[in-house]
Design a binder for this molecule. Structure first.
Ligand code: KIV
Length: 303
């Protein structure tokens, strides 16, 4: 099966003879500090995960943002561990090379280091995550240490931590004062010291992100944190131009897939109504030897 992979090079010394694409691991990401920028994208299901994986994303994050972009909630707070596990399993089946991170939802890790370990274990064991992410700073150092010592890599997340929506008074840029910026740097240093292999920096001014990136020895992955981070992350629907409602300033759409979906659906409706779909080529003949699986599955299976 592997020999047929388009990611595997030829063996005849031609330009095709590139090294095979390998699974990206937490230690490999850790090594990317100051090197090739890390590209992380959120994903919530098998098909999207396979498409993003084939496009070359380094990391697929099954973010608790699923509470907003998949479930339609106002915040990420109601998301449960079982829900993250369910989506992470689907993404893990789609990701053949990318590193899959499961996001620990609100109140699944704050209670104690033991609770954090137990639920991180569930995300890896039941959810098939390769590592876990949790929101918070120095106050969680013991929790991070407990999880990493059990052999589960941890990604930290500081700056705007959406699970603290009520304490922060909304989704607001963090680290604007000198004191607040210093706290973010200290939090990131504490997470590194506790064993985190990478740290997400969300919605902080670029100079604060640059300072954190300079001070910590693990990669920083920014979202609304400017260009100095060691990597960038976007919610897949934002990146693809499929987001509804409020669009944060940093959420650049690299395509207009939302418009393409609506255009295709309008055409489908029109052709169903005027009878041009299905045509003869979409119908099975009575003497056909074998029925094929749907085209979308064939394409995914063939790669
Ligand atoms: O839940 C999420 O998608 C996230 C990213 C935006 C970093 O935490």
């Amino acid at each position: 099966m592997y020999a047929k992979s388009p990611h595997r090079g030829g063996t005849d010394g031609t330009a095709l003879d590139k090294p095979a694409r390998k699974r990206i691991t937490a230690p490999a990401l850790r090594e990317r500090k100051g090197g090739e920028a890390i590209a992380m994208v959120t994903a919530y299901d098998f098909t999207m995960a396979r498409l993003l994986d084939e496009a070359g994303a380094d990391v697929l994050l099954v973010g608790d943002s699923l509470g907003m972009v998949v479930q339609g909630g106002e915040t990420t707070i109601p998301v449960t561990l079982d829900e993250v596990c369910y989506h992470t399993r689907a993404v893990a089946r789609g990701a053949r090379f990318a590193h899959v991170v499961g996001d620990m939802p609100f109140m699944s890790f704050q209670l104690s280091p033991l609770q954090a370990l137990e639920n991180a274990g569930k995300l890896v064991k039941d959810g098939m995550a390769h590592s876990v992410k949790l929101e918070g700073g120095a106050e969680l150092a013991e929790h991070v240490q407990r999880i990493t010592r059990a052999g589960i890599p941890v990604m930290g997340h500081v700056g705007l931590t959406p699970q603290s929506y009520h304490a922060l008074g909304g989704f607001k840029v963090q680290g604007k004062s000198e004191e607040a910026a210093r706290r973010i740097v200290d939090d990131a240093l504490a997470l590194e010291e506790a064993g985190a292999y990478a740290i997400v920096l969300e919605a902080v001014p670029p100079d604060v992100a640059a300072e954190v990136t300079r001070r910590v020895g693990v990669p920083t992955i920014g979202i609304g944190a400017g260009p100095s981070c060691d990597g960038q992350v976007l919610v897949c629907y934002d990146l693809l131009g499929m987001s509804l409602g409020h669009k944060p300033k940093f959420a650049r759409a690299f395509a207009e897939v939302g418009e393409a979906i609506q255009g295709a659906t309008r055409q489908f409706i029109e052709e169903v109504r005027c009878g041009t779909f299905p045509a003869a080529e979409h119908c099975y003949a009575a003497n056909e030897p074998e029925r094929r699986p749907p085209a979308s599955k064939t394409k995914l299976a063939a790669v």
